[in-house]
Design a binder for this molecule. Structure first.
Ligand SMILES: *[C@@H]1O[C@H](CO)[C@@H](O)[C@H](O)[C@H]1NC(C)=O
Ligand SMILES: *[C@@H]1O[C@H](CO)[C@@H](O)[C@H](O)[C@H]1NC(C)=O
Ligand SMILES: *[C@@H]1O[C@H](CO)[C@@H](O)[C@H](O)[C@H]1NC(C)=O
Ligand SMILES: *[C@@H]1O[C@H](CO)[C@@H](O)[C@H](O)[C@H]1NC(C)=O
Ligand SMILES: *[C@@H]1O[C@H](CO)[C@@H](O)[C@H](O)[C@H]1NC(C)=O
Ligand SMILES: *[C@@H]1O[C@H](CO)[C@@H](O)[C@H](O)[C@H]1NC(C)=O
Ligand SMILES: *[C@@H]1O[C@H](CO)[C@@H](O)[C@H](O)[C@H]1NC(C)=O
Ligand SMILES: *[C@@H]1O[C@H](CO)[C@@H](O)[C@H](O)[C@H]1NC(C)=O
Length: 217
């Protein structure tokens, strides 16, 4: 009796976060049953190692489909083709992905100092976190390639009402990137103390109060 009361109240209090999938580059596979397992939602690389998506050396697209009103979202990269890939390269600074539906970054530029070349194997990790800290993970295995191109508009669009806001790290809010008005352009880079707020080609980022930067196409 007591146990079932505890179980019921536990199940009521455990926050849920709806699942998400990565559409492009093609994800490792269906992670729905184990999506909370880091670093790749419980799907290991052997699933997709032989089915890597070619991803442009000068930067490519990432498309994912959320199913929640909003989520803290991170897009990271790990270099290497082994199961122990360390996703320690930030491709996109943490942001609030808003709206339930498909989200696409048309072109994410790789950090200039990254040691990659045509044929390098790597994995892209997308993490979504809800307001209670529950995290969901998905990975997509890629081969960086000079042959690949970013997706066209037919494959890369945001669903109606889907968008996002950058969260600026605290270090950056005290740096020159805070309080600036409008910055735009291909792969514009703003460097703050200990934090790189890199912008994606074609984006305009407005620094606004409350440590939020609004992403506008
Ligand atoms: C990886 O996935 C395969 C296929 O599902 C499974 O057989 C294998 O045990 C997994 N390996 C690890 C290290 O989890
Ligand atoms: C990248 O992964 C593919 C698929 O496993 C493999 O055939 C290829 O040799 C790897 N490339 C490098 C540079 O390790
Ligand atoms: C391999 O990737 C393609 C997309 O690039 C996908 O359509 C296909 O289902 C994948 N194959 C397997 C066996 O996962
Ligand atoms: C998100 O949209 C899908 C499909 O339109 C719907 O099934 C789902 O319930 C929605 N999720 C939330 C949290 O509203
Ligand atoms: C990853 O782990 C799986 C399962 O243990 C193994 O079959 C596969 O060879 C490993 N891949 C690499 C590149 O080490
Ligand atoms: C990421 O981790 C790898 C392997 O642990 C390491 O070699 C590399 O220097 C790290 N890169 C960064 C940017 O921290
Ligand atoms: C993310 O954006 C949504 C929609 O605007 C908002 O309701 C939510 O509070 C935001 N989350 C955070 C942590 O700011
Ligand atoms: C989707 O929304 C994000 C955030 O506003 C934006 O950066 C991105 O360019 C949009 N994607 C497309 C294809 O317009």
């Amino acid at each position: 009796m007591l146990l079932s009361i505890i179980l019921v109240s536990l199940s009521l209090s455990v926050p849920s976060l709806a699942h998400f999938s990565v559409i492009s580059p093609y994800w490792r596979g269906d992670s729905y049953p184990t999506q909370w397992e880091r670093p790749c939602g419980g799907v290991n690389q052997s699933i997709s190692d032989t089915n890597r998506t070619k991803w442009p050396l000068d930067g490519g697209s990432v498309v994912f489909k959320g199913s929640h009103p909003w989520a803290y979202t991170f897009v990271n990269l790990g270099i290497g083709g082994d199961n122990t890939t360390n996703f320690n390269i930030t491709l996109v600074d943490g942001f609030n992905q808003t709206g339930n539906g498909t989200f696409c970054f048309p072109k994410i530029t790789l950090p200039a100092d990254l040691q990659v070349s045509d044929g390098t194997n790597a994995s892209i990790q997308v993490v979504q976190v809800n307001e209670h800290g529950s995290s969901l993970y998905n990975c997509a295995d890629i081969t960086v390639s000079t042959d690949a191109r970013p997706l066209g508009a037919d494959e890369c669009s945001n669903s109606t009402g889907v968008g996002g806001y950058f969260f600026e790290a605290q270090a950056a809010t005290s740096s020159s990137s805070s309080g600036s008005s409008t910055q735009s352009g291909a792969a514009a880079t703003a460097t703050g103390a200990g934090n790189r707020l890199r912008m994606i080609a074609g984006l305009t980022v407005l620094a606004v109060p409350a440590s939020l930067a609004l992403l506008v196409v």
